[in-house]
Design a protein around this ligand. Structure first.
Ligand code: FAD
Length: 325
């Protein structure tokens, strides 16, 4: 099928985000294997600096969509603009980061263009003429490898850190502005304000006791339960990555391969499955206690003590006992 590989660049305050360089590294390798070119799409306002920064990082061409209305990552408008750009560029494979921006943008683009979308991927390869991705299934206890129909265009959103950033040969990519009438696109919503995360002095690597929350918590309003338990035990609250990705907690609380490495005296994992990337950050803890409803959760393979049960039953009890003690 004709068409190039296209990376949708993510940037903030005039600088490309790290995930964009990861996508470029992977995109370059895929384009070479697929015998096509690697393009980059930069959407925003005043994005000349971002395009110039990316021009020597491996792509063959850079396309910009520059308009004051695209200054902020404004909900639907970014997606509408991306769709208008993709209609002109007709990529065979679109790559973007599975970030807070990509989570919103990827499916919105895919549904409008009727392309096959694979999100939350941990790898993307080109095998026997097909794009093949891997993504977590069944609570992350397995990864499914899936081949995308080679006759349909595809969109793949890759997790941050799933692929490394490598230095690439500069192709001095030309930068071209795409003619898109942004004013005619439906706006759907606007960003009113950016609220900066307050600088904090939380350092979970110094805690003797960490009580960590996982996706099993189900709802950010339940975080107080974990925090209370951590405080009652004289420790700190940590978490798994999905809670950070969903904006429930700041990154400084994340334990794991792309977060903090901790070695407390006691690590209590609540509703955490025990994916390898989480274990990478806590498996050296002196004592690991896991609370999980699923007796087959991988966390039990590293836990010294395990409770197969509902965290909403056991965590409040632990808090109560700690307060008594
Ligand atoms: C490159 C890369 C880097 C990564 N870096 C990190 C990292 O640094 N840290 C990290 O954590 N992850 C990281 N991940 C993500 C990792 O692969 C997993 O997706 C993540 O750790 C899963 O988080 P979780 O265990 O909270 O959620 P899930 O895997 O969804 O597990 C939720 C668990 O909660 C249990 N549960 C549900 N309800 C209850 C209940 N009421 N009571 C008790 N148990 C319950 C379920 O049985 C399940 O086991 C990374 C992934 C990649 C690809």
């Amino acid at each position: 099928m004709p068409g190039n590989v296209l990376v949708i660049a993510e940037h903030w305050k005039g600088e490309p985000e790290g995930v964009t360089f990861q996508m470029l590294t992977r995109g370059r390798a895929l384009a070479d294997q697929m015998g096509c070119k690697l393009d980059v799409l930069v959407i925003g306002h005043g994005v000349g600096g971002v395009a110039a920064n990316l021009a020597d990082k491996g792509p063959d061409a850079i396309y910009t969509l520059d308009d004051p209305a695209l200054e902020t990552a404004a909900c639907g408008l970014q997606a509408e603009a991306a769709v208008a750009a993709l209609r002109q560029l007709s990529p065979r494979l679109t790559l973007l980061g599975y970030t807070l921006v990509g989570m919103e943008l990827g499916p919105a683009i895919a549904v409008r263009l009727d392309v096959t979308a694979m999100t939350n991927c941990v790898s993307v390869d080109y095998v026997d003429g097909a794009v093949v991705v891997a993504r977590p299934v069944y609570d992350g206890s397995l990864h499914a490898r899936m081949a995308i129909d080679p006759d349909t265009p595809a969109l793949v959103a890759l997790q941050k850190g799933a692929t490394p950033t490598l230095p690439l040969e500069s192709k001095n990519a030309p930068v071209e502005k795409l003619p898109v009438d942004v004013a005619s696109l439906p706006k759907r919503g606007e960003v009113l304000q950016f609220i900066e995360e307050p600088v904090s002095d939380v350092d979970i690597t110094k805690a003797d006791i960490i009580v960590s929350a996982g996706r099993g918590l189900g709802d950010p309003s339940k975080l107080a339960l974990i925090d209370e338990c951590a405080k009652a035990l004289g420790g700190m609250m940590g978490c798994s990555r999905p809670l950070v990705d969903q904006g429930w907690l700041p990154r400084e609380r994340q334990v794991g391969a792309s977060g903090k490495t901790v070695t407390p005296k006691v690590y209590i994992a609540c509703g955490i499955s025990g994916a390898s990337q989480h274990l990478a950050g806590m498996s050296e803890s002196r004592m690991i206690i896991a609370i999980n409803k699923d007796p087959n959760a991988p966390i039990f393979q590293v836990a010294h003590y395990g409770i197969v049960g509902d965290l909403f039953e056991y965590v409040p009890e632990l808090t109560a006992q700690a307060r008594k003690g």
